[in-house]
Ligand binder design. Structure first.
Ligand code: HEM
Length: 420
């Protein structure tokens, strides 16, 4: 058994910050402040009885993300320590894909993803987004009111991803349901995981039988020679990694655009482009708030804390975007100064190091294009609720609006002036 310096034992005996409790979704920055008060690394729980170290300091985060000698992305040793019915297992358990692999295995998996996504040209992606917006705007336009989460962001991602992955539009609801439950990490997580896995298994079986011009078929055909099982888990990762965070990036950005007249009134003139709002979201409401999950390969002293092995080390992308006060202290009440570039170094919302998001450019194009198109179709969108009354879905890993109700002048797709 490992012995720890006595003061570090105290650290993990202190009451953990409970990221699973009801108060987290409405006010995550209060929880991040409590974690920061403990230093660069705080002590938390992802689910009842599932402890984790949470990294809230930028330097320490970059060290975790880059130091592959000390930190692994492979959760298998940790899995032995958690009950088989833990609600976070759906999101955290090992599978043979890029996210849970290190070293050469990781390079092999990741290269296949980069190759197949590299074949999706910007103009092609743009066309797929336009088709999806047209479909959805045509559906909600005549109603004069909509929920931009349930009627737009989530179905849009289902349409675009199913299109890229070679599935018919009608399959979107199944994707939405299974993944949504798994991501929340609550009592329905296991059921959601099973539904989503079934979805992916059926998809791969169909593509083995009848390959097409789609991402799973290209993975099956990739020279790296992935097995059918490996392709299944790569698709499980990419569909999931694409769907939930991108739908949330989309709706979180829409809520900022609509809630701020400075954006909305200048959207059509391009004076304050949608990208500015995306960057604000990446700072304050990044969708993958706490899903940079690493494991110390052995007990190690790190930024003043003794990290045990077999305990998740969570890089809190959600906490890292918050600006610091004059002496480097966190200043949670203050919004970030205006930042104009999506690669701005003061947030780490795309990750960093070998596992950094490989699809960042596609995602930015998709989100900005979807918002610009929607606001061209429905130019007078007006939020029904002020931003502070919007509600957020539970779950330790994400930042996800429950709903974004809006009203607008009803429009039918064949009306003059409506984009085709
Ligand atoms: C179509 C959309 C997207 C797809 C297909 C996608 C796919 C992926 C994949 C496959 C990985 C794992 C890479 C690896 O382990 O080597 C990854 C990592 C990551 N993605 Fe994305 N992603 C998408 C959108 C997003 C969005 C909207 C965000 C949030 C702003 C995001 C943030 C991240 C982060 C932070 C990581 C690294 C996690 C870590 O530290 O382990 N991604 N993404």
């Amino acid at each position: 058994m490992t012995t720890y310096p006595a003061d570090q034992e105290d650290f993990t005996r202190s009451a953990p910050v409970r990221l699973w409790e009801d108060g987290f979704a409405p006010d995550p920055h209060r929880y991040y402040a409590a974690l920061r008060a403990q230093g660069p690394i705080g002590w938390a729980e992802l689910a009842p009885g599932v402890p984790a170290y949470v990294v809230t300091d930028r330097r320490a985060a970059l060290d975790v993300l880059h130091d592959t000698e000390t930190f692994s992305h492979d959760p298998r040793a940790w899995e032995e320590t958690v009950p088989a019915d833990s609600p976070v297992l759906g999101m955290m358990r090992w599978r043979p894909n890029a996210l849970f692999a290190d070293g050469a295995a990781h390079v092999r998996y990741r290269a296949t993803l980069i190759d197949v996504f590299g074949l999706v040209e910007p103009h092609d992606l743009r066309a797929r987004v336009h088709r999806a917006v047209r479909l959805l705007a045509g559906r909600i336009g005549p109603r004069g009111e909509a929920d931009l989460v349930g009627d737009f962001s989530r179905p849009l991602m289902a349409l675009v991803l199913n299109d890229l992955f070679g599935l018919p539009d009608r399959q979107g609801d199944r994707l939405n349901e299974g993944l949504g439950k798994m991501m929340e990490g609550g009592v329905q997580a296991a059921e959601g995981e099973a539904q989503y896995a079934q979805y992916v298994l059926e998809l791969i079986a169909a593509k083995v039988e009848r390959p097409g011009e789609d991402l799973p078929s290209r993975l099956l055909d990739h020279p790296a020679g992935l097995t059918r099982e490996e392709v299944t888990w790569q698709v499980f990762l990419t569909l999931g990694a694409g769907y939930e965070p991108t739908a949330n990036l989309l709706s979180n950005t829409l809520s900022r655009v609509l809630g701020n007249p400075a954006y909305y009134s200048t959207l059509t003139s391009g004076a304050r482009p949608v990208m500015d709002a995306v960057v604000e979201v990446l700072h304050h409401e990044t969708p993958l708030a706490n899903y940079g999950i690493y494991y110390a390969r052995r007990p190690v002293a790190f930024h003043g804390v003794w990290l045990r092995d077999r305990v998740p080390v969570v890089v809190s992308y959600g906490a890292l975007g918050v600006p610091r006060g004059p002496h480097g202290a966190p200043d949670a009440g203050r919004e970030a100064p205006e930042v104009r570039h999506p690669n701005d170094a003061s947030h780490v919302s795309w990750g960093a190091g070998p596992h950094a998001c490989p699809v960042k450019q596609h995602t930015l194009l998709l989100v900005t294009e979807a918002i610009e198109r929607l606001t061209q179709w429905l130019p007078d969108l007006e939020p029904v609720l002020p931003r502070e009354r919007l509600t957020w879905r539970p779950g330790p890993f994400h930042r996800s609006l429950t709903a974004l109700p809006v009203r607008f002048s009803p429009r039918s797709p064949d009306q003059p002036g409506v984009k085709s």
